[in-house]
Write a protein that binds this ligand. Structure first.
Ligand SMILES: NC(=O)c1ccc[n+]([C@@H]2O[C@H](COP(=O)([O-])OP(=O)(O)OC[C@H]3O[C@@H](n4cnc5c(N)ncnc54)[C@H](OP(=O)(O)O)[C@@H]3O)[C@@H](O)[C@H]2O)c1
Length: 176
């Protein structure tokens, strides 16, 4: 969607660059690195406007490195993918320990001075539709799943706006 619908230039940062074929070398730079490797991450951040992070694993530690690297690189805008359920906001569900890395990483980001937007999507589907609703932190999560196209649509809108939903944590689910 970034390449199709915007004129953004992208730096894609991943642990094994050979896994990715560059879809548009004029606009896309691929950099190999681990998020936990602060110096490589900081180098990748130089000259960027927005950081979009979509991770798994030791997410609290990853969030700490991202926040520190962004501060050092002079960046403010972060879009961070988390999961539904981190605040106990999904009616009838108790995800407990499995969500600890998501909960702890969100807490690290919320305690930072970044212009963050945390996304708490439902289960991803490959449904083509762009069809979603947002719930704010403090509201019950509604629904259960959401198409990847919907999450992508929201990420692109957020990345293009320095002010949209800044310092908010959003539940994202399929509209009724
Ligand atoms: N699937 C769902 O329905 C769903 C719903 C809600 C939320 N979520 C959350 O959304 C996020 C993305 O989901 P997904 O299904 O795309 O997960 P995924 O396939 O596990 O992707 C996680 C990515 O993080 C990368 N990564 C992990 N540690 C890294 C590090 N230290 N440095 C650089 N990259 C690192 C992995 O890279 P490698 O390829 O190198 O391992 C992988 O590409 C996850 O946090 C997931 O829990 C998923």
């Amino acid at each position: 969607m970034f390449l199709r619908d915007t004129d953004a230039k992208l730096t894609l940062y991943l642990r094994r660059a050979s896994r990715l074929k560059n879809p548009d070398p004029a606009r896309v730079r691929i950099m190999e690195g681990d998020v936990l490797d602060r110096s490589t991450l900081e180098a990748a951040m130089k000259g960027q406007h927005v950081v979009y992070a979509n991770l798994a694993g030791p997410m609290a530690e990853q969030a700490r490195v991202i926040v520190d690297s962004m501060r050092a690189a002079g960046l403010k805008r972060l879009i961070f993918i988390s999961s539904m359920g981190i605040y106990g906001e999904v009616p009838g569900e108790k995800y407990r320990g499995v969500l600890d890395p998501y909960r702890d990483s969100a807490a690290v980001i919320e305690a930072s001075d970044l212009d963050y937007t945390i996304l708490r999507p439902g289960w991803f589907t490959r449904d083509e539709a762009v069809d979603y609703r947002i719930t704010q932190k403090g509201e019950p999560f509604r629904g259960h799943d959401v198409s990847l196209n919907s999450v992508s649509d929201l990420i692109v809108k957020l990345a293009l706006s320095p002010t949209m939903e800044v310092r908010h944590s959003l539940g994202v689910s399929r509209a009724a």
